[in-house]
Ligand binder design. Structure first.
Ligand code: NAP
Ligand code: F7E
Length: 360
């Protein structure tokens, strides 16, 4: 039997690493594009690369979404059955600081891949998955956002992803390419980038517990998100490309929590009692009660969370929650991991890593 070949851009990122594992288990040959970096950027996939079982099944190629030649040469050589475009400048806050760069990578970068598929004569062979996002909904036009909800992007990131969403559709409609958008709501994991809010919280609290830091600084505590688990969601990306026809799908848990709830649940999991004081920029959380034997570095009344203006965005997306009925019905999917398990996994992972690094 001929094995399927997949190409993943953004393989060194959170989703790329989980999808690579998932596809290898499904007996795919997996190729990934990584960009040249002056420091190591493969920590999320080193375990795959080093696994003897995946020798001759897992390959990395240098490339960059902004370098069409690099994309065309890899695509021409591999002739993949499926391409998953996960590469992006994916941080919404950073996109306000780097609007031009974000737009180049996320918009033109996506076009570069689609055009390479076309130029390599692979339109009828290669299926294309675009990592679209709930940020497209921005200023929400419907209580729960589905494939039919109007978009209202509110950041350079979201606007760049709007172009990518539409150019994917354009190639589908113009050339009958199997090109689909997965409109994914936030998804997290122990592999989440350290500056996204959930990971910042689990890592920050772990550092406080081990006495490496005193306080965690956050922005908008009242922002509401629909948080799933990245491992769950990459299975959906694959299912989107296995559907009988190319289409667009919302992937979400359909449950919504605030950033403050996420903080509270982390402390609850750690069995540390906190209390919130003050309002707006003066809001803080203090430690009220804890087990001194378990947490020797903590002190009663210690202020562990403060608000910093620095982490507010010029334009905030306050409220997102998905309606994933279409994916549930057509792709026969429902999320497996709930927010409590997600928090447990993320907290355990960060605590363990810091504990190990302190022993070294
Ligand atoms: P991530 O961890 O930030 O990973 C982004 C990946 O893109 C990294 O591998 C990065 O490489 C690579 N990359 C950045 N610029 C590139 C360029 N110019 N050329 C080639 N590669 C480049 O993101 P993620 O959380 O896994 O998300 C995957 C995709 O889904 C992204 O497109 C994101 O916008 C989208 N998305 C994410 C979520 C979410 O909640 N996670 C929700 C909806 C949509 P380095 O490792 O070298 O930096
Ligand atoms: O922020 C608020 C912040 O940066 C979530 C990306 O994967 O999901 C992600 O975008 C919320 C926002 O993710 C801090 O203002 C408060 O309201 O974790 P985040 P995001 O902006 O939702 C979408 C679906 C993507 O597509 C993106 O690629 O939390 N918030 N305080 C904070 N956010 C951060 N980063 N840091 C804070 O200190």
């Amino acid at each position: 039997m001929k094995l399927k070949k997949a190409l993943i851009t953004g393989i060194t990122g959170q989703d790329g690493s989980y999808l690579a594992e998932f596809l290898l288990k499904k007996k795919y040959i997996v190729h990934g594009i990584k960009r040249k970096s002056s420091s190591f950027n493969t920590s999320r996939i080193d375990h795959i690369y080093e696994n003897k079982r995946y020798k001759n099944k897992f390959f990395l190629h240098y490339g960059d979404l902004l370098d069409p030649n690099s994309l065309t040469s890899v695509i021409k050589k591999i002739k993949p059955d499926e391409i998953y475009n996960f590469a992006a400048q994916s941080h919404v806050g950073v996109s306000f600081k780097l609007p031009n760069y974000t737009s180049q990578v996320n918009s033109i970068g996506t076009l570069n891949i689609l055009q390479s598929i076309y130029d390599c004569g692979l339109v009828s062979k290669t299926k294309f998955y675009q990592a679209s996002t709930s940020e497209l909904y921005g200023e929400i036009q419907e209580k729960k956002q589905s494939e039919n909800t109007k978009f209202y992007p509110k950041s350079p990131y979201a606007t760049s992803k709007l172009f990518a969403y539409w150019i994917t559709k354009n190639f589908r409609e113009s050339y009958k390419m199997f090109a689909s958008n997965g409109i994914l709501f936030n998804h997290e994991s122990p592999r989440r980038g350290e500056t996204f809010v959930t990971r910042k919280i689990t890592l920050g609290l772990s550092r406080i517990i081990f006495g490496l830091e005193n306080c965690l600084y956050l922005g908008n505590l009242y922002s509401l998100r629909d948080w799933g688990h990245a491992k769950d969601y990459v299975e959906m990306c694959w299912k989107v490309l296995q559907h009988k026809k190319p289409d667009d799908f919302v992937i979400a848990t359909e449950k919504q929590y605030s950033v403050k709830f996420f903080v509270d649940q982390c402390f609850k999991y750690l069995r540390i009692k906190i209390k919130w004081f003050g309002k707006n920029l003066n809001e803080t959380a203090k430690i009220i009660d804890f087990d001194k034997n378990q947490y020797p570095f903590l002190k009663k009344n210690m202020t562990v969370v403060k608000i910093s203006k620095k982490y507010f965005r010029p334009n905030e997306v306050n409220n997102l929650i998905g309606n994933a009925s279409k994916a549930k019905k057509l792709l026969k999917w429902k999320p497996k991991i709930d927010i409590r398990h997600l928090i447990k996994e993320m907290m355990d992972n960060d605590l363990e890593n810091i504990r190990k690094s302190k022993i070294k």
